[in-house]
Design a protein around this ligand. Structure first.
Ligand code: CTP
Ligand code: MG
Length: 270
């Protein structure tokens, strides 16, 4: 799969930014998108990274129903973007599961969006390069594209309290967002998702169930998902590093020496 694309056709690309989760594991008692990091909400950081990537003509932000604070964030960002005529940003209420929230976002996207990126607002510091790699691969013809990183831990299959298998780590990848799709394929996959949404942890698995080929591109350590209190500490440190101009806030692409030899396709020897 070539990642080269002569000229991204931005008008075709819509982003569903899912931010309707409750943030149970972060444990702050407020929706995760509203949690402050470096003095701004996680939603503000993630919206900024989506807009800065320059890939999308429209962004639908999926919010917890009735959340006035987050609606105001979206309205402000929408007005600012409209002022410079770059991207159309709107909000919509989410559902009880991530998959339901994605469907709400898809329903609110303009039909002109032939390519859809689904992105977790919790991956608030995702670099532009990840968005651009994913979009380029979809525009080059892949129906589904996900950013991945090598797995650093050994992973076991456990039943009860007994290990039943150890998959070959070299074949495993940790999966991030944004995930990019041909819009029709993604809509069809969501429409025919049958079982409970609860086991649906990403959108690519719905396309896999339909027999679609899912391609991978290289992810980025900075696209990590803020899930636990430790992740929030790390995100704060990254932002502080950016502010101070240290390498803590840069991705491996901008500081190649930081993670020598690591790419999506070649897990490092550890
Ligand atoms: N999400 C959503 N609607 C839901 C559940 C999740 O839009 N009903 C979004 C979250 O806002 C987040 C992304 O999906 O940006 C990934 O979900 P996760 O990290 O699990 O966030 P939460 O569900 O908020 O966290 P937790 O599972 O700890 O409650
Ligand atoms: Mg969750």
């Amino acid at each position: 799969m070539s990642e080269k694309n002569p000229q991204p056709v931005r008008a075709e690309v819509g982003v569903v930014l899912v931010a309707a989760g409750s943030g149970q594991r972060l444990g702050q008692g407020i929706p995760k998108a509203r949690v402050l990091c470096g003095g701004r909400t996680l939603l503000e950081h993630s919206l900024e990274s989506v807009v800065a990537s320059g890939v999308a003509a429209s962004v639908v932000v999926v919010l917890p129903a009735g959340d006035g604070v987050l609606s105001a964030v979206v309205d402000r960002a929408g007005r600012r973007a409209a002022g410079v005529g770059t991207v159309r940003i709107t909000g919509v209420a989410g559902g009880a599961t991530r998959a339901a929230s994605v469907r709400a976002g898809l329903d609110a996207l303009p039909p002109s969006a032939a390519v859809v990126l689904v992105h977790d607002a919790a991956r608030a510091l995702t670099p532009s390069s990840v968005f651009q790699r994913v979009v380029a691969a979809v525009l080059a013809g892949a129906p589904a594209v996900i950013p991945v990183l090598p797995v650093v831990d050994t992973v076991k299959v456990v039943t009860g309290d007994v290990v039943t298998a150890t998959p070959d780590r070299a074949a495993l990848r940790a999966v991030q967002t944004p995930q990019g799709f041909d819009a029709r394929a993604l809509r069809a996959a969501h429409a025919s998702a049958t079982a409970s949404d609860l086991g649906v942890t990403d959108d690519a698995m719905l396309l896999e169930a339909q027999g679609a080929t899912v391609h991978v591109v290289e992810g980025d350590a900075l696209a990590f998902k803020v899930t636990t209190p430790l992740d929030l500490v790390i995100a704060e440190a990254v932002l502080a590093g950016r502010h101070a101009g240290t390498s803590a806030g840069t991705s491996p692409e901008t500081s190649p020496a930081a993670l020598p030899g690591i790419s999506a396709g070649t897990p490092p020897e550890i």
